[in-house]
Design a binder for this molecule. Sequence first.
Ligand SMILES: [Zn+2]
Length: 112
Amino acid sequence: MEGLIFVLLIAVILGAAYRRKRKKRQAKVKQIQLPGRTPATAEMIHHSRQIDTFVRQQRCHCGGKVYVCAQSNIQNHGVTAMSHHKKMHVAVCECMRCEEVHRFYFEIEYLN
Ligand SMILES: [Zn+2]
């Protein structure tokens, strides 16, 4: 009898872990479709200052706020050929709650 209870307890724990993992995966799939999450859906901005504003509005799939860890220009990202007036930029961010790493892509079009 104790063996059966133990097996049922393990099944409940594994089931809960599986549901939690599936929910996280679904949230990630939903987030990747949001603007700025891939080079193909890069957020169009006109000044690098707008990166901080954009990142402050973003949330992790856990609901936590994210902050910028590093920023870099991207060369040869394979989406479209950038003119000399446009630059692709990536901001690597981390969630303050769960420490998940997020990348936000920006296409900076400098106005003259
Ligand atoms: Zn998080």
